[in-house]
Design a protein around this ligand. Structure first.
Ligand SMILES: Cc1cc2nc3c(=O)[nH]c(=O)nc-3n(C[C@H](O)[C@H](O)[C@H](O)COP(=O)(O)OP(=O)(O)OC[C@H]3O[C@@H](n4cnc5c(N)ncnc54)[C@H](O)[C@@H]3O)c2cc1C
Ligand code: SF4
Length: 338
Protein backbone atom coordinates (compact mmCIF):
# COMPACT_ATOMS: atom_id res chain seq x y z
CA UNK A 1 0.00 0.00 0.00
CA UNK A 2 1.32 3.51 -0.84
CA UNK A 3 1.41 5.78 2.23
CA UNK A 4 -0.94 8.76 2.15
CA UNK A 5 1.78 11.42 2.48
CA UNK A 6 3.63 9.94 -0.44
CA UNK A 7 0.63 10.35 -2.77
CA UNK A 8 -0.03 13.80 -1.39
CA UNK A 9 3.43 15.22 -2.04
CA UNK A 10 3.54 13.74 -5.54
CA UNK A 11 0.32 15.54 -6.38
CA UNK A 12 1.63 18.81 -4.97
CA UNK A 13 4.61 18.53 -7.29
CA UNK A 14 2.47 17.55 -10.28
CA UNK A 15 -1.33 17.85 -9.98
CA UNK A 16 -1.67 16.29 -13.47
CA UNK A 17 0.13 13.11 -12.45
CA UNK A 18 -2.97 10.90 -12.73
CA UNK A 19 -3.87 12.28 -16.19
CA UNK A 20 -0.31 11.84 -17.38
CA UNK A 21 -0.33 8.23 -16.15
CA UNK A 22 -3.69 7.56 -17.85
CA UNK A 23 -2.43 9.10 -21.10
CA UNK A 24 0.88 7.21 -21.01
CA UNK A 25 2.85 10.47 -20.59
CA UNK A 26 4.59 9.61 -17.32
CA UNK A 27 7.95 10.82 -18.67
CA UNK A 28 6.46 14.35 -18.54
CA UNK A 29 5.86 14.14 -14.78
CA UNK A 30 7.43 16.60 -12.39
CA UNK A 31 8.61 14.26 -9.64
CA UNK A 32 8.45 15.23 -5.95
CA UNK A 33 12.15 15.51 -5.06
CA UNK A 34 11.66 15.37 -1.28
CA UNK A 35 13.01 18.89 -0.82
CA UNK A 36 10.66 19.43 2.16
CA UNK A 37 10.02 23.01 1.19
CA UNK A 38 6.29 22.36 1.68
CA UNK A 39 6.87 21.17 5.25
CA UNK A 40 9.29 23.98 6.10
CA UNK A 41 6.61 26.51 5.15
CA UNK A 42 3.83 24.68 7.01
CA UNK A 43 5.90 24.58 10.20
CA UNK A 44 6.22 28.36 9.95
CA UNK A 45 2.50 28.92 9.43
CA UNK A 46 3.07 30.07 5.87
CA UNK A 47 0.97 28.98 2.88
CA UNK A 48 2.89 26.07 1.47
CA UNK A 49 4.77 26.20 -1.80
CA UNK A 50 6.42 23.42 -3.78
CA UNK A 51 9.94 23.54 -5.19
CA UNK A 52 8.81 21.68 -8.31
CA UNK A 53 5.44 23.36 -8.86
CA UNK A 54 5.68 27.18 -8.95
CA UNK A 55 1.91 27.54 -9.50
CA UNK A 56 1.00 25.71 -6.27
CA UNK A 57 -1.10 27.99 -4.08
CA UNK A 58 -1.55 30.44 -6.97
CA UNK A 59 -3.99 28.39 -9.06
CA UNK A 60 -6.65 31.13 -9.11
CA UNK A 61 -4.21 33.85 -10.18
CA UNK A 62 -4.21 34.33 -13.97
CA UNK A 63 -0.57 35.56 -13.79
CA UNK A 64 0.47 31.99 -13.01
CA UNK A 65 -1.42 30.39 -15.93
CA UNK A 66 0.33 29.28 -19.08
CA UNK A 67 -1.64 31.07 -21.82
CA UNK A 68 -0.92 31.61 -25.52
CA UNK A 69 1.35 34.63 -26.08
CA UNK A 70 -0.36 37.60 -27.78
CA UNK A 71 2.79 38.20 -29.85
CA UNK A 72 5.31 35.51 -30.74
CA UNK A 73 8.82 36.57 -29.72
CA UNK A 74 12.29 35.20 -30.41
CA UNK A 75 13.86 34.58 -27.03
CA UNK A 76 17.44 33.74 -26.15
CA UNK A 77 18.16 32.24 -22.76
CA UNK A 78 21.73 32.25 -21.44
CA UNK A 79 22.29 29.22 -19.20
CA UNK A 80 20.65 25.78 -19.14
CA UNK A 81 20.41 25.49 -15.36
CA UNK A 82 16.99 25.06 -13.72
CA UNK A 83 16.14 28.78 -14.02
CA UNK A 84 16.96 28.95 -17.73
CA UNK A 85 15.32 25.62 -18.63
CA UNK A 86 12.16 26.38 -16.68
CA UNK A 87 11.83 29.78 -18.34
CA UNK A 88 12.63 28.43 -21.82
CA UNK A 89 10.10 25.59 -21.64
CA UNK A 90 7.34 27.75 -20.15
CA UNK A 91 7.86 30.44 -22.80
CA UNK A 92 7.91 27.82 -25.57
CA UNK A 93 4.65 26.32 -24.28
CA UNK A 94 3.09 29.74 -24.90
CA UNK A 95 4.22 29.76 -28.53
CA UNK A 96 7.48 31.72 -28.31
CA UNK A 97 10.51 30.68 -30.33
CA UNK A 98 13.20 29.87 -27.74
CA UNK A 99 16.92 29.10 -27.97
CA UNK A 100 19.06 28.25 -24.94
CA UNK A 101 22.81 28.93 -25.03
CA UNK A 102 24.84 26.83 -22.58
CA UNK A 103 28.59 27.05 -22.17
CA UNK A 104 28.93 23.56 -20.65
CA UNK A 105 28.54 20.27 -22.49
CA UNK A 106 25.39 19.30 -20.57
CA UNK A 107 22.23 20.94 -19.29
CA UNK A 108 21.35 21.22 -15.59
CA UNK A 109 23.87 23.84 -14.43
CA UNK A 110 24.76 23.58 -10.77
CA UNK A 111 21.75 21.34 -10.21
CA UNK A 112 23.69 18.63 -12.09
CA UNK A 113 26.60 19.04 -9.66
CA UNK A 114 24.19 19.09 -6.71
CA UNK A 115 22.76 15.76 -7.93
CA UNK A 116 26.24 14.29 -8.45
CA UNK A 117 27.22 15.02 -4.82
CA UNK A 118 23.99 14.65 -2.85
CA UNK A 119 23.89 11.66 -0.50
CA UNK A 120 20.12 11.40 -0.02
CA UNK A 121 18.28 11.71 -3.32
CA UNK A 122 20.55 12.05 -6.36
CA UNK A 123 18.04 10.25 -8.61
CA UNK A 124 15.23 12.61 -7.64
CA UNK A 125 17.43 15.61 -8.42
CA UNK A 126 18.51 14.06 -11.74
CA UNK A 127 14.83 13.49 -12.59
CA UNK A 128 14.43 17.28 -12.86
CA UNK A 129 17.08 17.39 -15.60
CA UNK A 130 15.50 14.44 -17.43
CA UNK A 131 12.14 16.23 -17.17
CA UNK A 132 13.64 19.34 -18.76
CA UNK A 133 15.17 17.28 -21.58
CA UNK A 134 11.79 15.67 -22.32
CA UNK A 135 9.82 18.92 -22.15
CA UNK A 136 12.36 20.93 -24.17
CA UNK A 137 12.12 18.32 -26.94
CA UNK A 138 8.32 18.29 -26.76
CA UNK A 139 7.99 22.08 -27.00
CA UNK A 140 10.70 22.67 -29.57
CA UNK A 141 13.26 24.52 -27.40
CA UNK A 142 16.62 24.64 -29.21
CA UNK A 143 19.59 24.00 -26.89
CA UNK A 144 23.07 24.97 -28.05
CA UNK A 145 25.63 23.30 -25.77
CA UNK A 146 29.31 24.30 -25.53
CA UNK A 147 28.26 27.84 -26.52
CA UNK A 148 29.35 30.62 -24.19
CA UNK A 149 27.64 33.99 -24.60
CA UNK A 150 29.81 37.06 -24.11
CA UNK A 151 29.63 40.57 -25.55
CA UNK A 152 31.34 39.78 -28.88
CA UNK A 153 29.22 36.69 -29.49
CA UNK A 154 26.10 38.63 -28.51
CA UNK A 155 26.82 41.34 -31.08
CA UNK A 156 26.86 38.68 -33.80
CA UNK A 157 23.44 37.21 -32.89
CA UNK A 158 21.46 39.98 -31.23
CA UNK A 159 19.59 41.06 -34.37
CA UNK A 160 17.89 37.64 -34.34
CA UNK A 161 16.25 38.06 -30.90
CA UNK A 162 13.61 40.22 -29.16
CA UNK A 163 14.35 39.10 -25.61
CA UNK A 164 17.42 37.96 -23.69
CA UNK A 165 17.15 36.12 -20.37
CA UNK A 166 20.31 35.92 -18.27
CA UNK A 167 20.15 32.67 -16.28
CA UNK A 168 23.90 32.21 -16.05
CA UNK A 169 24.02 31.30 -12.34
CA UNK A 170 26.71 32.29 -9.85
CA UNK A 171 30.28 31.34 -9.04
CA UNK A 172 32.46 31.59 -5.95
CA UNK A 173 33.55 35.09 -4.95
CA UNK A 174 37.35 34.83 -5.04
CA UNK A 175 37.58 38.61 -4.56
CA UNK A 176 36.25 38.22 -1.00
CA UNK A 177 39.39 36.18 -0.19
CA UNK A 178 41.87 38.70 -1.64
CA UNK A 179 43.16 39.72 1.78
CA UNK A 180 43.90 36.13 2.83
CA UNK A 181 47.59 35.28 2.41
CA UNK A 182 48.05 32.55 -0.21
CA UNK A 183 44.48 32.91 -1.57
CA UNK A 184 45.79 31.87 -5.01
CA UNK A 185 45.97 28.27 -3.71
CA UNK A 186 42.18 28.18 -3.30
CA UNK A 187 40.32 25.77 -5.60
CA UNK A 188 36.75 26.55 -6.61
CA UNK A 189 34.48 23.97 -4.98
CA UNK A 190 32.36 23.88 -8.17
CA UNK A 191 35.34 22.47 -10.10
CA UNK A 192 35.39 19.51 -7.71
CA UNK A 193 31.57 19.26 -7.57
CA UNK A 194 31.40 19.13 -11.40
CA UNK A 195 34.34 16.61 -11.45
CA UNK A 196 36.53 19.00 -13.44
CA UNK A 197 39.25 18.63 -10.77
CA UNK A 198 40.09 15.55 -8.69
CA UNK A 199 39.86 16.20 -4.93
CA UNK A 200 42.92 15.85 -2.68
CA UNK A 201 43.09 13.22 0.08
CA UNK A 202 42.93 15.82 2.89
CA UNK A 203 40.63 18.71 2.10
CA UNK A 204 39.53 21.88 3.91
CA UNK A 205 36.22 23.38 2.76
CA UNK A 206 35.82 27.11 3.37
CA UNK A 207 32.08 27.68 3.81
CA UNK A 208 29.58 25.44 5.64
CA UNK A 209 26.51 26.39 3.59
CA UNK A 210 24.54 24.15 1.22
CA UNK A 211 27.27 23.78 -1.41
CA UNK A 212 30.19 23.34 0.99
CA UNK A 213 28.30 20.85 3.12
CA UNK A 214 27.05 18.76 0.20
CA UNK A 215 30.53 18.46 -1.28
CA UNK A 216 32.19 17.86 2.12
CA UNK A 217 29.73 15.06 2.93
CA UNK A 218 30.22 13.43 -0.47
CA UNK A 219 34.02 13.60 -0.21
CA UNK A 220 34.06 12.21 3.33
CA UNK A 221 31.71 9.38 2.40
CA UNK A 222 34.12 8.51 -0.42
CA UNK A 223 37.25 8.36 1.70
CA UNK A 224 38.61 11.93 1.75
CA UNK A 225 39.53 13.53 5.07
CA UNK A 226 37.52 16.76 5.32
CA UNK A 227 37.35 19.76 7.67
CA UNK A 228 34.80 22.58 7.29
CA UNK A 229 35.63 26.18 8.21
CA UNK A 230 32.59 28.43 8.67
CA UNK A 231 32.45 32.15 9.56
CA UNK A 232 29.06 31.97 11.32
CA UNK A 233 28.29 30.40 14.68
CA UNK A 234 26.50 27.50 12.97
CA UNK A 235 26.78 25.56 9.74
CA UNK A 236 23.85 25.25 7.28
CA UNK A 237 22.83 28.92 7.58
CA UNK A 238 21.44 29.01 4.01
CA UNK A 239 19.56 25.71 4.24
CA UNK A 240 15.80 25.45 4.74
CA UNK A 241 14.66 24.54 8.26
CA UNK A 242 13.50 20.98 7.50
CA UNK A 243 16.86 20.12 5.98
CA UNK A 244 19.24 21.61 8.54
CA UNK A 245 18.90 18.62 10.86
CA UNK A 246 19.74 16.26 8.01
CA UNK A 247 23.06 17.97 7.32
CA UNK A 248 23.77 18.26 11.04
CA UNK A 249 23.29 14.52 11.47
CA UNK A 250 25.37 13.62 8.36
CA UNK A 251 28.22 15.82 9.56
CA UNK A 252 28.07 14.07 12.94
CA UNK A 253 27.70 10.54 11.55
CA UNK A 254 30.52 11.01 9.05
CA UNK A 255 32.71 12.68 11.70
CA UNK A 256 33.46 15.89 9.80
CA UNK A 257 35.15 18.46 12.09
CA UNK A 258 33.56 21.93 11.79
CA UNK A 259 35.49 25.02 12.88
CA UNK A 260 32.67 27.56 13.28
CA UNK A 261 32.99 31.31 14.04
CA UNK A 262 36.29 30.98 12.22
CA UNK A 263 37.97 32.29 9.08
CA UNK A 264 41.12 31.44 7.17
CA UNK A 265 44.07 33.85 7.50
CA UNK A 266 46.74 31.98 5.55
CA UNK A 267 46.56 29.29 2.89
CA UNK A 268 49.69 27.30 2.05
CA UNK A 269 50.48 24.07 0.17
CA UNK A 270 50.60 22.20 3.50
CA UNK A 271 47.30 23.50 4.93
CA UNK A 272 45.28 26.41 6.28
CA UNK A 273 45.74 28.70 9.26
CA UNK A 274 42.37 29.51 10.77
CA UNK A 275 41.52 32.09 13.41
CA UNK A 276 38.40 32.04 15.57
CA UNK A 277 36.31 35.08 16.59
CA UNK A 278 38.02 34.81 19.99
CA UNK A 279 41.45 35.07 18.36
CA UNK A 280 42.54 31.42 18.76
CA UNK A 281 44.72 30.24 15.87
CA UNK A 282 44.61 26.67 14.51
CA UNK A 283 46.60 25.07 11.70
CA UNK A 284 44.65 22.47 9.68
CA UNK A 285 46.84 20.26 7.47
CA UNK A 286 45.43 19.84 3.93
CA UNK A 287 46.54 19.12 0.38
CA UNK A 288 43.58 21.01 -1.11
CA UNK A 289 41.54 24.00 0.08
CA UNK A 290 38.12 24.48 -1.50
CA UNK A 291 36.36 27.83 -1.66
CA UNK A 292 32.63 27.20 -1.11
CA UNK A 293 31.49 30.67 0.02
CA UNK A 294 30.61 33.42 -0.53
CA UNK A 295 29.00 33.24 -3.98
CA UNK A 296 28.66 36.02 -6.53
CA UNK A 297 26.60 36.34 -9.72
CA UNK A 298 28.16 37.39 -13.03
CA UNK A 299 26.72 40.93 -13.10
CA UNK A 300 29.25 41.92 -15.74
CA UNK A 301 27.20 39.98 -18.29
CA UNK A 302 24.09 42.10 -17.48
CA UNK A 303 26.05 45.32 -17.93
CA UNK A 304 27.54 44.17 -21.22
CA UNK A 305 24.19 43.15 -22.67
CA UNK A 306 22.18 46.10 -21.42
CA UNK A 307 22.40 48.19 -24.60
CA UNK A 308 22.21 45.31 -27.00
CA UNK A 309 18.61 44.10 -26.81
CA UNK A 310 15.08 45.42 -26.37
CA UNK A 311 14.12 43.26 -23.36
CA UNK A 312 16.72 41.99 -20.87
CA UNK A 313 15.80 39.89 -17.82
CA UNK A 314 17.70 38.12 -15.04
CA UNK A 315 16.55 35.07 -13.06
CA UNK A 316 17.80 32.53 -10.52
CA UNK A 317 21.30 32.62 -9.07
CA UNK A 318 22.31 35.10 -11.79
CA UNK A 319 20.30 37.69 -9.86
CA UNK A 320 21.12 36.72 -6.27
CA UNK A 321 22.73 33.35 -5.45
CA UNK A 322 20.12 31.31 -3.60
CA UNK A 323 18.76 27.84 -4.38
CA UNK A 324 16.80 25.48 -6.55
CA UNK A 325 13.34 26.65 -5.58
CA UNK A 326 14.02 30.30 -6.42
CA UNK A 327 15.63 29.31 -9.73
CA UNK A 328 12.65 27.18 -10.81
CA UNK A 329 10.02 29.65 -9.58
CA UNK A 330 11.64 32.71 -11.15
CA UNK A 331 12.13 30.83 -14.42
CA UNK A 332 8.45 29.90 -14.51
CA UNK A 333 7.20 33.35 -13.46
CA UNK A 334 9.19 35.00 -16.24
CA UNK A 335 8.16 32.32 -18.75
CA UNK A 336 4.43 32.93 -18.18
CA UNK A 337 4.67 36.69 -18.70
CA UNK A 338 7.49 37.34 -21.17
C1 LIG B 1 27.10 20.86 -4.62
C2 LIG B 1 25.86 21.72 -4.64
C3 LIG B 1 24.90 21.58 -3.66
C4 LIG B 1 23.73 22.35 -3.67
N1 LIG B 1 22.79 22.15 -2.70
C5 LIG B 1 21.63 22.82 -2.78
C6 LIG B 1 20.58 22.59 -1.82
O1 LIG B 1 20.73 21.80 -0.90
N2 LIG B 1 19.44 23.30 -1.95
C7 LIG B 1 19.24 24.20 -2.96
O2 LIG B 1 18.15 24.80 -3.05
N3 LIG B 1 20.21 24.46 -3.86
C8 LIG B 1 21.39 23.79 -3.79
N4 LIG B 1 22.38 24.07 -4.70
C9 LIG B 1 22.25 25.26 -5.55
C10 LIG B 1 21.40 25.05 -6.80
O3 LIG B 1 21.90 23.98 -7.57
C11 LIG B 1 21.44 26.37 -7.58
O4 LIG B 1 20.90 27.39 -6.75
C12 LIG B 1 20.65 26.28 -8.86
O5 LIG B 1 21.21 25.33 -9.73
C13 LIG B 1 20.64 27.67 -9.53
O6 LIG B 1 20.03 27.56 -10.78
P1 LIG B 1 20.34 28.61 -11.96
O7 LIG B 1 19.65 28.07 -13.16
O8 LIG B 1 20.00 29.98 -11.48
O9 LIG B 1 21.91 28.60 -12.16
P2 LIG B 1 22.89 27.38 -12.50
O10 LIG B 1 22.33 26.08 -12.07
O11 LIG B 1 24.21 27.78 -11.96
O12 LIG B 1 22.95 27.38 -14.08
C14 LIG B 1 23.60 28.40 -14.80
C15 LIG B 1 24.04 27.86 -16.16
O13 LIG B 1 24.51 28.94 -16.96
C16 LIG B 1 25.65 28.51 -17.69
N5 LIG B 1 26.39 29.72 -18.07
C17 LIG B 1 27.05 30.58 -17.25
N6 LIG B 1 27.56 31.61 -17.95
C18 LIG B 1 27.23 31.38 -19.25
C19 LIG B 1 27.47 32.09 -20.46
N7 LIG B 1 28.14 33.23 -20.46
N8 LIG B 1 26.99 31.56 -21.62
C20 LIG B 1 26.31 30.39 -21.64
N9 LIG B 1 26.05 29.67 -20.50
C21 LIG B 1 26.49 30.17 -19.33
C22 LIG B 1 26.38 27.60 -16.70
O14 LIG B 1 27.27 26.74 -17.37
C23 LIG B 1 25.20 26.88 -16.05
O15 LIG B 1 24.88 25.69 -16.76
C24 LIG B 1 23.55 23.30 -4.71
C25 LIG B 1 24.52 23.47 -5.70
C26 LIG B 1 25.67 22.68 -5.68
C27 LIG B 1 26.72 22.86 -6.75
S1 SF4 C 1 8.13 21.03 -1.81
FE1 SF4 C 1 9.55 19.34 -2.19
S2 SF4 C 1 8.86 17.67 -0.81
FE2 SF4 C 1 7.18 19.15 -0.93
S3 SF4 C 1 5.88 18.33 -2.59
FE3 SF4 C 1 7.27 19.83 -3.53
S4 SF4 C 1 9.04 18.64 -4.26
FE4 SF4 C 1 7.88 17.34 -2.80
Amino acid sequence: MIPFWSICSRLLADPDLIHKAAEDRLEETRRCIGSLNCLSRLFRDLPYTCTMNPALGHEVEPEYHVTAAAFKKKIMVIGAGPAGMECAITAARRGHDVTVFEKAGRIGGNLAAYADNDLARPDDLRSIITHYEVMARKHGVRILLNTEVEAKFMRSVLHQYDVCVVAAGAGMDRGAMRTVEGHEHLIDVLDVAHRRIQPGSKVVVIGGGKIGLTVAEYLKKNGTEVTIVERSKRIAGDIKPSFKWRHASWVEELGIPCLTSSRPTKIAREGVTVVSDKGAETFVPADMVLLAAPREPNHQLFHELEWMIDELHGIGDALIPRGLEQAIHEGYRLGVRV
